[in-house]
Each structure stands twice: as C-alpha cells, then as structure tokens.
Ligand binder design. Structure first.
Ligand code: PMP
Length: 393
C-alpha cells in the first residue's frame, strides 16, 4: 500500500515562488548582462573592514553566545542614536528592535499587526518580498498606484472614502523598489495624518534612504506620526550577509514582536550584530564608505538612464536616477516586456518584466532595471542589446 501523503498547511495555497528568484536562475549565464538582479555590488562591500571587526568581535567568547531577542544592547544603542538624528527626536532603546534583515521585521510585523482577512494596502508596483509576507498572513490586499511623487494619496483617500479600513499601509518611501520614485514631503505629512485620523499602521520600509545621489531624501514619514513603524537595514550600505535590519516602533509593538521573535529564532547573531555596531560607530570611515557607494551607484544610474533615453527616445519613460538601486521603465510604444524577454535573453541582456511586481495593474509594458552591479560601459552595452532585441521583437 502506498503511504498517504500528509498535506501542507492551507496557508500555502496560492502562494507562489517569487518570479524574480525564478528568473535569476535563467539569467545566471555568463554571456548575459543582468539588469534583473536586485543585489548590491559585492565589490563595494567593505570586506576588509568587516574582517577586522569580526576579528575584534572574536577576541572574547561572549559574541559566540545567544543574545537578547530584541538585539545586542550596544547595537540597539547605536541604532537609537542614528534614528534619533534621522527622526529629529529622542529614540529610547525600547523602541528599537533588531531583526534578521528588514525582511524579518516585515514577517514578524505581519503576525503582530494582522489577522486573517485584515486589509493591507500596498503600492502598485509592489516590493514583492512584502507582498509574499502579507499574502502568507492571509491578508486582503488593495493596491495603490505610484506616480512620480510616490504613493498616490488621492487613491488612498478614495479607498478610505469607500469605507475601507486598512490595518496596515506599506510604503517604500525612498527610491522605491521597483518603481524608483520617492514619496514627496507633502505626501509624507498627509499619509501620517491619515494614519492618525483612521487609526491604521504605516510600515515605512526604508532600506534605500541613505543611497541618495544628488540630495538626501525628505524626512521619514515616521517623523510625523507614532502610527508609523520605520524599517531599515545595513544590507544595502554594508552587506546583506550580516542580516542586520531593525525597526523603530512603539514599545507595545516591540514587546509583541519580541514574543514572536523568540518563537521564530530565539535571537539574532551576536557576532554579526557586534560587527555591524563596530562599523556603524566608526563614523568617519562610514561616511567615506557610504559616499563611495553613492558615487558609484549614482554614476551607474545616470549612465543607464542616459543610455535608455538616448537609444529609445520617445518610446520609453523612465524614473529619474535619484537614488537606490533601480530604474523603472515604461514602454510607451506598446512593447510587451514579457514577450520581449526571450529575445532580450538571446541578445544577452536580462531585466525583470513589470508584471512580476504587479498587483492590480498588469504593468505589461514596464520593466525594472537594476544598475548596481555593472560599470557604465557594461550598462551601455546592456542597453544596446536591449535596443537590438526591441527592434527584432
Ligand atoms: N524592503 C525592501 C523594499 C527591499 O527591497 C528589501 C531587499 N531587497 C528588503 C526590505 C529586505 O532587505 P533585508 O532583509 O536584506 O534588510
């Protein structure tokens, strides 16, 4: 008798592997220039500085031990001081909670803030990692389109006027992944005000804020309301392998997250948390390091956008290359980016079709281009290949 196969939990029904991760397997071929990945440039990660910090952390044995669930105390102190500067107010340590990357903050917050069927508002196009988390939590999802100033708050106001009551509004406020745009200062204030008026949480997901090219991003949404939970991470400024992210949230949220973190993984790594604290407190070095990353990414972003505008002219619209890691491209000539992809791969270039990030709109004429991991000459070659594929397609 063949054994009866036991089922998996019902919450997995309808969950899909991220289309981007699946696509990355295809684009790993050496002859393909990939604008598809969403990875920071490993060449710019401070390996030697991390090695020195690791050696210092390993001088004693205490960093090999378990640490507190909300994070290693000295790291929380450093983060509280940095966030205080950012938010223009004192940030007590019990409002700072360290997570395994900001992705874990999203995952733990979804358990703390949502019941099955709770309404979550996301941006369209959306950060796929957040969508996966909210879907797994059994949330009902509504999407609000982006424009050049970020989330369209007129559409959010319409949704509220229809009687919808979100539990959470998720926004990538700075240099959006995938949209490339930044929420304007006026909209930040307005979003915070709506959160207070209607009593919903805002998750301000901000891993890219420090990667500005010409001018710093406006003050965080969290500056304006205690209903805003701010997430950030060292992944894009130091290295994702440290898996150090954090949230700034009211103490009752941090306490609830702590209960769940205990169940998820007991605690983060004291070793990488000390390494992160070491690098973040070395302010003179850190300023120089982040400047170098900004300069490299800014040069690449501008070269990519210039090449796209030069080769495609009126046939595309692109987001500005103002910061972060991505440029969003809309083809105005009706090009279907899913249909174009096989031809583009044959021509030796990869991108992520807009549909991979779509929630309510299909974004079939859009694409996300990542500029972080190639130098300007390679990026220009990538756009030449894309233009060739576009002519053939
Ligand atoms: N939020 C956004 C918007 C992201 O783009 C990412 C990474 N791609 C994350 C959160 C998660 O990053 P990490 O867990 O490495 O901090």
């Amino acid at each position: 008798m063949s054994p009866i196969a036991p089922p998996l939990a019902r919450r997995l029904e309808g969950l899909q592997s991220s289309a981007i991760r699946d696509l990355l397997k295809l684009t790993a071929r050496a002859d393909i220039i990939s604008l598809a990945g969403g990875l920071p440039d490993a060449e710019l990660m401070p390996r030697d500085r991390i090695a020195r910090a690791a050696a210092a952390a390993l001088e004693g044995r205490s960093r090999l031990q378990y640490t507190e669930s909300p994070g290693w105390g000295p790291l929380r102190e450093v983060l509280a001081a940095r966030e205080a500067q950012r938010l223009g107010r004192e940030v007590p340590i019990d409002e700072v909670f360290v997570t395994h990357g900001s992705q874990q903050a999203l995952s733990l917050l979804s358990e703390v803030l949502l019941d099955p069927g709770s309404l979550v508002v996301v941006e369209d196009p959306a950060y796929v990692g957040a969508l996966q988390v909210f879907r797994a939590a059994g949330a009902r999802i509504e999407a609000i389109p982006l424009d050049a100033e970020g989330m369209r708050l007129d559409a959010l106001r319409d949704l509220l006027a229809r009687g919808e009551r979100p539990a959470v509004v998720h926004t990538v406020s700075n240099f959006h992944n995938p949209g490339g745009v930044t929420l304007s200062a006026a909209r930040r204030r307005e979003l915070a005000e709506l959160a207070g008026t209607y009593g919903f949480w805002v998750i301000e997901d901000d891993p890219y804020g420090e990667l500005w090219f010409d001018r710093p991003a406006p003050d965080p949404v969290a500056t304006y309301s205690p209903n805003v939970i701010r997430l950030s991470s060292v992944s894009k400024i130091l290295a994702p392998a440290l898996r150090v992210g954090w949230m700034v949230a009211p103490p009752r949220v941090c306490r609830a997250v702590e209960l769940l973190k205990q169940g998820a993984d007991l605690c983060g790594s004291a070793l990488t948390q000390q390494i992160a604290a070491d690098l973040l407190t070395d302010t003179e070095w850190l300023t120089g390091h982040i400047d170098a990353v900004r300069t490299a990414y800014g040069t690449r972003a501008k070269a990519l956008v210039a090449a796209v505008r030069d080769r495609f002219g009126e046939r595309v619209r692109t987001s500005d290359a103002a910061g972060g890691m991505f440029v969003w491209v809309d083809f105005t000539d009706g090009t279907d980016t899913n249909a174009l992809l096989p031809t583009a791969l044959d021509a030796g270039v990869a991108y992520v079709p807009g549909s991979a990030f779509a929630v309510a709109t299909d974004y079939s004429h859009s694409a996300r281009l990542c500029f972080t991991t190639s130098d300007t000459a390679v990026l220009e070659q990538a756009v030449d290949r894309l233009a060739r594929a576009h002519t053939l397609g």
